[in-house]
Ligand binder design. Sequence first.
Ligand code: MG
Length: 450
Amino acid sequence: MRLFGTAGIRGPIESKVTPELALNVGKAVGTYVKSGVVVIGRDARTSSIMLENAIVSGLLSTGVDVIRLGLIPTPMLAWATNKLGNAGIMITASHNPPSDNGIKVFNEKGIEFFLEQEKELEEIIFSRSYKKAKWDEIGYVVDRELKNDYINALLDYVDHETKLKVLLDMGNGAGSVITPYLLRKMGAKVVTLNAQTDGHFPGRKSEPRYENIAYLSNLVRDLGMDLAIAQDGDADRIAVFDEKGNYIEEDTLIALFAKLYAEENKGGNIVVSINTSFRIDRVVEEAGGKVYRVPLGQLHDGIKKYGAIFASEPWKFIHPRFGLWIDSFVTIGLLLKIIDKEGKPLSEIVADIPRYYLVKKNVKCPDELKPKVMETVKERLQEALKNEVEEVLTISGIRLNLEDGSWVLVRPSGTEPKIRVVVEGISEKRKEELFDLAYSLVSKTVSSLS
Ligand code: MG
């Protein structure tokens, strides 16, 4: 049995993420770090204080000390852990429904625990081999108010003043305690929506996907704002609308930040996940930089290997010189900087990023068939496209970069019985063509082998 999934421990509060489990996670983390300080934060959910108390009890019982930061967004917990802790714990289920909660553990650099570290925690929990402090060695707790320090660190890093008008939709999540204050300190004129924390998420669903926040499209225009930004429950993720009400695609956002870093740095290495658009390469290369691709979930290895100045997966932006965690607040600050620096409306800045046509679809495939299917697909896809392939990447499934900038990615899902097919074409027609080819190849291979 596994407790940790791809985003730490997450699930329904009544059946999975119970106070009993939270107590054990606290004991396990305390046992794992042996001594020192664990920093803890929580999101706005109705169950978060309950879980926090259980985790703190567990930590103290092993003899470690605790710094309690209260209701804060996840990036701030990572930042504070890097500054003050031997480990950090965030109580959050990100954008899940209000009946869920979760626990994420961070190392002393503010990076989420890697798989191996999570396995060690699981082993401690399953074998109940907890460290037990004697009565006079039990840890102590201090409450600290660090929101201003975090905001000041962000202001230092972003280093920008603005007069932009920003519509912020916090979705009643933890971003409410940072984002409006940060932007006002930068000089922005801020209008907020759903910016009081509430574990019932009365304003909207917590995930800032287009369907959940489509109303911002009209609102940003009606209010005459320069842009709208929405965040998820723990505020590590953002969605953006331009002044005309257009929802900005995630790959375009990545391209905007990658471009800024490459320009400011006069080159440099950018690391992105395997499923991201070629438009990023175009703008980075123009600025004298280079793009490297890594499998999903492996940005940290990539940052180290290539000395990256910026790293991203869709929705996740890491700014290594600020810290090695996903920090949406740096991202927001830099977005305002980009708009001012370019000196034109966001919609026009976005229009300068090459627009390609992307399609993603899955083919059902039992886990045990995946290796065989991938082997065949790799061979046949290369054969079919051999006259136009420029580069073949096999770090995660197969990605063929074609001469005209279009690309095809086929990779087995790491979490579901599916093979993912992603195609980006430089035109609608190219997209259709390449997708038909790749999708039917994968479907046929799966049915011929099953
Ligand atoms: Mg989140």
